[in-house]
Ligand binder design. Sequence first.
Ligand SMILES: NC(=O)c1ccc[n+]([C@@H]2O[C@H](COP(=O)([O-])OP(=O)(O)OC[C@H]3O[C@@H](n4cnc5c(N)ncnc54)[C@H](O)[C@@H]3O)[C@@H](O)[C@H]2O)c1
Length: 331
Amino acid sequence: MRLLVCGGAGFIGSTFVRLRVRDHGDDVTVLDKLTYAGRRENLQDVESDIRFVHGAIEDPVAVADAIGDAEAIVNFAAETHVDRSISGPEEFIVTNMQGTHVLLEAARERGLRYLQVSTDEVYGSIEEGSFTESSPLAPSSPYSATKTGADLLVSSYFHTYGLETLICRGSNNYGPHQYPEKLIPLMILNALAGDHLPVYGDGRNVRNWLFVEDFGRGIGHALAHGVPGEVYNCGGPDECDNLTVVRKIIELTGRDESLIEFVTDRPGHDRRYSLSSAKLEALGWRAQVRFEDGLARTVDWYRENDWWWEPIRSGAYREYYERHYGRALNA
Ligand SMILES: NC(=O)c1ccc[n+]([C@@H]2O[C@H](COP(=O)([O-])OP(=O)(O)OC[C@H]3O[C@@H](n4cnc5c(N)ncnc54)[C@H](O)[C@@H]3O)[C@@H](O)[C@H]2O)c1
């Protein structure tokens, strides 16, 4: 298949590109703005198999240049960090909403299939049970609100213009190449360096953890077998609260619990996310990686790939970290 993958230099997008090139022999063009979260290094091992275009999805000229003879667009491009959306929502509106609109127009002009990568955060928090695709949308942060707005716009292009759209909503991803502002890589790198481990609130926020390759396969599955106009949830096989995740990382890195430090909770922090993936499973997808195994693989990857994270921990991320947590990282 000929694919335009937007945001393909990020964590999940680059994993998806790797899976498509290696397992499916797809012809892939990546369009990416290379924000702080997007890195050519993430595509290093498939660089010679793909075409890379440096540009923004909200720029119709860049999109027209990248699109070539693609048969489908898969959109990962987004501002993705909830904390950053609280301190500065503007970028989230431009990329997540305006950018999605530009891509939808490009798909409509050319009659392309369009898959929007979305998140369980559009449903908000759930005390018990799991969200299905027909659960009400109740986002609580500027990040999840802009992802929800984009999803609604995507659905409107199916209903209004008959565009072949699909939406695939993933639960919390983890795995190699994830930028270290997110919980799991943050805790792994801090633990490896012997730094404090900042846990929000009481640490009892529950997430439905999904190994990134399972999400990549789920998105590919929805793209190939999904019914146009439909939404597919793609959740991980295991739920775990943040404090338990941190304790598992402490064990895997040989540290002790004295590194844990409880910090002021994030405003509006959702308590629990949980997805039912029955609809995507009915199409034949299954999560293959249990949390214990995926977490051990992820810790090993960060331990063995300091070439990847050292430039991040010594650059602008240090300033972001100090501003956000009020203390410096170990050098
Ligand atoms: N990380 C998760 O747990 C998770 C879970 C479910 C869904 N998602 C969704 O999956 C997608 C990818 O998430 P991720 O964790 O890989 O994010 P990421 O932050 O690692 O990567 C985002 C990528 O998008 C690029 N980008 C940002 N703005 C752009 C723009 N205006 N134009 C072009 N490229 C731009 C960045 O350079 C980067 O390469 C997002 O849409 C996110 O909402 C993430």
